[in-house]
Design a protein around this ligand. Structure first.
Ligand SMILES: C[S@@+](CC[C@H](N)C(=O)[O-])C[C@H]1O[C@@H](n2cnc3c(N)ncnc32)[C@H](O)[C@@H]1O
Length: 262
Protein backbone atom coordinates (compact mmCIF):
# COMPACT_ATOMS: atom_id res chain seq x y z
CA UNK A 1 0.00 0.00 0.00
CA UNK A 2 1.38 3.41 -0.91
CA UNK A 3 0.33 6.06 1.53
CA UNK A 4 0.51 9.69 0.63
CA UNK A 5 1.68 11.75 3.56
CA UNK A 6 -0.35 14.62 4.85
CA UNK A 7 0.92 18.16 4.44
CA UNK A 8 2.90 18.09 7.66
CA UNK A 9 4.30 14.56 7.29
CA UNK A 10 3.07 13.58 10.71
CA UNK A 11 0.75 10.65 10.02
CA UNK A 12 3.28 8.00 9.19
CA UNK A 13 4.61 4.80 10.56
CA UNK A 14 8.39 5.17 10.91
CA UNK A 15 8.80 1.49 9.99
CA UNK A 16 7.38 1.70 6.47
CA UNK A 17 10.10 3.64 4.64
CA UNK A 18 9.86 1.80 1.32
CA UNK A 19 6.10 2.08 1.11
CA UNK A 20 5.66 5.68 2.19
CA UNK A 21 5.93 8.92 0.33
CA UNK A 22 7.22 12.28 1.43
CA UNK A 23 6.84 15.76 0.04
CA UNK A 24 9.92 17.10 -1.68
CA UNK A 25 8.61 20.58 -2.31
CA UNK A 26 5.43 19.95 -4.34
CA UNK A 27 6.67 16.57 -5.60
CA UNK A 28 5.83 13.26 -3.96
CA UNK A 29 8.90 11.07 -3.62
CA UNK A 30 9.58 7.76 -1.88
CA UNK A 31 10.30 8.39 1.78
CA UNK A 32 13.75 6.81 1.52
CA UNK A 33 14.61 9.08 -1.43
CA UNK A 34 13.99 12.43 0.21
CA UNK A 35 17.17 12.71 2.33
CA UNK A 36 19.34 12.18 -0.77
CA UNK A 37 17.43 14.85 -2.71
CA UNK A 38 17.77 17.31 0.19
CA UNK A 39 21.47 16.49 0.42
CA UNK A 40 21.84 17.29 -3.30
CA UNK A 41 20.10 20.65 -2.80
CA UNK A 42 22.51 21.74 -0.09
CA UNK A 43 25.56 20.24 -1.84
CA UNK A 44 24.72 22.37 -4.81
CA UNK A 45 24.34 25.66 -2.93
CA UNK A 46 26.81 25.20 -0.02
CA UNK A 47 29.46 27.55 -1.43
CA UNK A 48 26.95 30.38 -1.99
CA UNK A 49 24.55 29.54 0.84
CA UNK A 50 25.45 32.44 3.16
CA UNK A 51 25.54 35.02 0.38
CA UNK A 52 22.14 33.82 -0.88
CA UNK A 53 20.64 34.15 2.60
CA UNK A 54 21.70 37.78 2.73
CA UNK A 55 20.47 38.54 -0.79
CA UNK A 56 17.10 36.84 -0.63
CA UNK A 57 16.17 38.18 2.81
CA UNK A 58 17.91 41.57 2.42
CA UNK A 59 19.82 40.63 5.56
CA UNK A 60 16.69 40.06 7.65
CA UNK A 61 17.66 36.44 8.42
CA UNK A 62 20.39 37.95 10.63
CA UNK A 63 17.76 39.70 12.77
CA UNK A 64 15.73 36.47 13.06
CA UNK A 65 18.82 34.50 14.09
CA UNK A 66 19.82 37.21 16.58
CA UNK A 67 16.34 37.01 18.10
CA UNK A 68 16.55 33.20 18.32
CA UNK A 69 19.85 33.37 20.20
CA UNK A 70 18.62 36.21 22.43
CA UNK A 71 15.69 34.07 23.45
CA UNK A 72 17.83 30.95 23.86
CA UNK A 73 20.13 32.94 26.16
CA UNK A 74 23.02 30.45 26.23
CA UNK A 75 24.78 29.81 29.51
CA UNK A 76 28.37 28.68 30.00
CA UNK A 77 28.65 24.96 30.63
CA UNK A 78 25.53 24.04 28.66
CA UNK A 79 25.80 21.41 25.93
CA UNK A 80 23.92 22.88 22.98
CA UNK A 81 23.23 20.88 19.83
CA UNK A 82 22.49 22.76 16.63
CA UNK A 83 20.67 20.34 14.36
CA UNK A 84 20.99 21.08 10.65
CA UNK A 85 23.53 23.67 11.75
CA UNK A 86 25.01 23.87 8.24
CA UNK A 87 27.65 26.55 7.92
CA UNK A 88 27.53 27.48 11.60
CA UNK A 89 25.58 30.74 11.66
CA UNK A 90 23.61 29.87 14.79
CA UNK A 91 26.54 28.19 16.54
CA UNK A 92 28.81 31.21 16.05
CA UNK A 93 26.14 33.49 17.45
CA UNK A 94 25.71 31.21 20.48
CA UNK A 95 29.45 31.31 21.14
CA UNK A 96 29.32 35.10 20.85
CA UNK A 97 26.47 35.28 23.36
CA UNK A 98 28.04 33.33 26.21
CA UNK A 99 27.69 29.68 25.14
CA UNK A 100 30.87 27.62 25.22
CA UNK A 101 29.91 24.21 23.80
CA UNK A 102 27.96 23.80 20.59
CA UNK A 103 27.78 20.54 18.64
CA UNK A 104 26.57 20.96 15.07
CA UNK A 105 24.94 17.94 13.48
CA UNK A 106 24.07 18.04 9.78
CA UNK A 107 23.52 15.46 7.01
CA UNK A 108 25.47 17.48 4.49
CA UNK A 109 29.25 17.28 4.50
CA UNK A 110 29.62 20.19 2.05
CA UNK A 111 27.73 22.49 4.41
CA UNK A 112 29.81 21.27 7.37
CA UNK A 113 33.00 21.80 5.41
CA UNK A 114 31.98 25.37 4.44
CA UNK A 115 31.18 25.92 8.13
CA UNK A 116 34.56 24.64 9.32
CA UNK A 117 36.27 27.08 6.93
CA UNK A 118 34.15 29.94 8.28
CA UNK A 119 35.01 28.92 11.85
CA UNK A 120 38.72 29.12 11.07
CA UNK A 121 38.26 32.51 9.37
CA UNK A 122 36.48 33.78 12.49
CA UNK A 123 38.96 32.31 14.96
CA UNK A 124 36.48 29.85 16.51
CA UNK A 125 39.03 27.14 17.13
CA UNK A 126 37.31 25.70 20.18
CA UNK A 127 33.76 25.50 21.48
CA UNK A 128 32.22 24.07 18.33
CA UNK A 129 32.20 20.48 17.04
CA UNK A 130 31.01 19.40 13.59
CA UNK A 131 29.31 16.02 13.27
CA UNK A 132 27.63 14.29 10.37
CA UNK A 133 24.19 13.23 11.59
CA UNK A 134 20.55 13.03 10.60
CA UNK A 135 17.92 14.91 12.61
CA UNK A 136 15.82 11.73 12.55
CA UNK A 137 18.57 9.60 14.08
CA UNK A 138 20.94 11.81 15.99
CA UNK A 139 24.35 10.46 17.00
CA UNK A 140 23.83 11.43 20.66
CA UNK A 141 22.94 9.46 23.77
CA UNK A 142 19.60 9.93 25.55
CA UNK A 143 19.61 13.13 27.62
CA UNK A 144 22.92 14.32 26.08
CA UNK A 145 21.94 17.96 25.54
CA UNK A 146 20.83 20.86 27.70
CA UNK A 147 19.55 22.73 24.65
CA UNK A 148 18.40 21.58 21.19
CA UNK A 149 18.32 24.36 18.62
CA UNK A 150 17.56 24.16 14.94
CA UNK A 151 17.15 26.79 12.25
CA UNK A 152 15.62 26.24 8.82
CA UNK A 153 16.31 22.49 8.96
CA UNK A 154 13.13 20.72 10.09
CA UNK A 155 11.29 21.76 6.90
CA UNK A 156 13.68 19.47 5.06
CA UNK A 157 13.44 16.27 7.10
CA UNK A 158 11.57 13.28 5.75
CA UNK A 159 9.57 12.54 8.91
CA UNK A 160 8.96 15.60 11.02
CA UNK A 161 7.34 13.64 13.85
CA UNK A 162 10.37 11.34 14.05
CA UNK A 163 12.78 14.31 14.18
CA UNK A 164 10.76 15.91 17.00
CA UNK A 165 10.66 12.68 19.02
CA UNK A 166 14.43 12.47 18.48
CA UNK A 167 14.80 16.03 19.79
CA UNK A 168 12.98 15.01 22.97
CA UNK A 169 15.14 11.89 23.31
CA UNK A 170 18.48 13.73 23.19
CA UNK A 171 17.39 16.47 25.61
CA UNK A 172 17.86 15.94 29.33
CA UNK A 173 14.73 16.34 31.48
CA UNK A 174 14.21 20.09 31.75
CA UNK A 175 16.23 20.63 28.57
CA UNK A 176 15.15 23.42 26.24
CA UNK A 177 14.03 23.16 22.58
CA UNK A 178 14.13 26.04 20.08
CA UNK A 179 13.25 26.04 16.40
CA UNK A 180 13.51 28.93 13.93
CA UNK A 181 11.75 28.00 10.70
CA UNK A 182 9.90 29.58 7.81
CA UNK A 183 6.23 29.65 8.56
CA UNK A 184 2.92 31.01 7.28
CA UNK A 185 2.08 34.65 6.67
CA UNK A 186 -0.19 35.98 9.41
CA UNK A 187 -1.35 39.00 7.35
CA UNK A 188 -3.41 37.62 4.42
CA UNK A 189 -3.09 40.86 2.43
CA UNK A 190 0.65 40.21 2.09
CA UNK A 191 0.15 36.67 0.77
CA UNK A 192 0.01 37.46 -2.96
CA UNK A 193 3.11 39.67 -2.80
CA UNK A 194 5.01 37.05 -0.82
CA UNK A 195 4.00 34.29 -3.25
CA UNK A 196 5.09 36.35 -6.21
CA UNK A 197 8.47 37.04 -4.60
CA UNK A 198 8.90 33.39 -3.59
CA UNK A 199 8.05 31.82 -6.93
CA UNK A 200 9.51 34.45 -9.28
CA UNK A 201 12.37 36.30 -7.59
CA UNK A 202 13.86 33.49 -5.46
CA UNK A 203 14.39 30.99 -8.31
CA UNK A 204 15.84 33.79 -10.46
CA UNK A 205 18.28 34.80 -7.69
CA UNK A 206 19.10 31.12 -7.21
CA UNK A 207 19.98 30.78 -10.89
CA UNK A 208 22.03 33.97 -11.05
CA UNK A 209 23.94 33.67 -7.77
CA UNK A 210 24.04 30.01 -6.77
CA UNK A 211 23.67 28.54 -10.28
CA UNK A 212 20.67 26.48 -9.11
CA UNK A 213 17.15 27.67 -9.82
CA UNK A 214 15.53 24.41 -8.69
CA UNK A 215 17.07 24.57 -5.21
CA UNK A 216 15.33 27.89 -4.55
CA UNK A 217 12.06 26.74 -6.11
CA UNK A 218 12.26 23.81 -3.67
CA UNK A 219 12.76 26.34 -0.85
CA UNK A 220 9.55 28.19 -1.78
CA UNK A 221 7.57 24.98 -2.15
CA UNK A 222 8.86 23.37 1.05
CA UNK A 223 7.79 26.43 3.03
CA UNK A 224 4.21 26.02 1.77
CA UNK A 225 4.23 22.32 2.66
CA UNK A 226 5.41 22.92 6.24
CA UNK A 227 2.76 22.97 9.00
CA UNK A 228 1.48 26.35 10.08
CA UNK A 229 2.39 27.82 13.47
CA UNK A 230 -0.39 26.15 15.47
CA UNK A 231 -0.06 22.78 13.74
CA UNK A 232 3.68 22.79 14.36
CA UNK A 233 3.21 23.75 18.02
CA UNK A 234 0.83 20.79 18.41
CA UNK A 235 3.33 18.42 16.80
CA UNK A 236 6.09 19.62 19.14
CA UNK A 237 3.82 19.01 22.12
CA UNK A 238 2.82 15.55 20.94
CA UNK A 239 6.51 14.62 20.59
CA UNK A 240 6.96 15.10 24.35
CA UNK A 241 8.18 18.72 24.38
CA UNK A 242 5.80 20.75 26.49
CA UNK A 243 5.01 24.18 27.93
CA UNK A 244 5.97 25.83 24.68
CA UNK A 245 4.85 28.64 22.50
CA UNK A 246 5.78 30.50 19.37
CA UNK A 247 6.47 33.96 18.16
CA UNK A 248 6.01 35.21 14.61
CA UNK A 249 8.82 37.10 12.94
CA UNK A 250 8.24 39.48 10.01
CA UNK A 251 4.47 38.86 9.98
CA UNK A 252 4.88 35.08 10.10
CA UNK A 253 7.36 34.70 7.24
CA UNK A 254 9.34 32.91 9.96
CA UNK A 255 8.53 31.84 13.50
CA UNK A 256 10.42 30.77 16.60
CA UNK A 257 8.89 27.81 18.47
CA UNK A 258 10.13 26.77 21.90
CA UNK A 259 9.32 24.09 24.46
CA UNK A 260 10.88 22.01 27.23
CA UNK A 261 11.43 18.34 27.80
CA UNK A 262 9.65 17.69 31.10
C1 LIG B 1 18.60 26.02 5.17
S1 LIG B 1 20.00 25.23 5.88
C2 LIG B 1 20.12 25.99 7.47
C3 LIG B 1 21.54 26.05 8.00
C4 LIG B 1 21.69 26.82 9.32
N1 LIG B 1 20.91 26.21 10.38
C5 LIG B 1 21.31 28.26 9.15
O1 LIG B 1 20.31 28.67 9.76
O2 LIG B 1 21.98 28.99 8.41
C6 LIG B 1 19.34 23.64 6.29
C7 LIG B 1 20.38 22.69 6.78
O3 LIG B 1 19.72 21.52 7.26
C8 LIG B 1 20.46 20.38 6.83
N2 LIG B 1 19.57 19.23 6.83
C9 LIG B 1 18.56 18.95 5.98
N3 LIG B 1 17.95 17.80 6.32
C10 LIG B 1 18.59 17.35 7.43
C11 LIG B 1 18.44 16.23 8.25
N4 LIG B 1 17.50 15.29 8.01
N5 LIG B 1 19.27 16.08 9.30
C12 LIG B 1 20.23 17.00 9.56
N6 LIG B 1 20.44 18.08 8.80
C13 LIG B 1 19.62 18.26 7.74
C14 LIG B 1 20.99 20.76 5.46
O4 LIG B 1 22.07 19.96 5.08
C15 LIG B 1 21.37 22.22 5.70
O5 LIG B 1 22.67 22.36 6.14
Amino acid sequence: MVLSMSKNTQNIDPGDDDLMQADFGYRKVALGEKAGLVRDVFNSVAGRYDLMNDLMSAGVHRLWKAELVRQLNPRPGETIIDVGGGTGDIAFRILGAGGDKVVISDINDEMLSAGRDRALDRGHVSGVEWISGDAEQLPFADGFADVYVTAFCLRNVSRLNVALIEAARVLRPGGRFFCLEFSHIAIPALGALYDSYSFNVLPLLGRMVAGDEDAYRYLAESIRRFPDQDEFAALIDSAGLHGGGYRNLSAGIAAIHWARRI
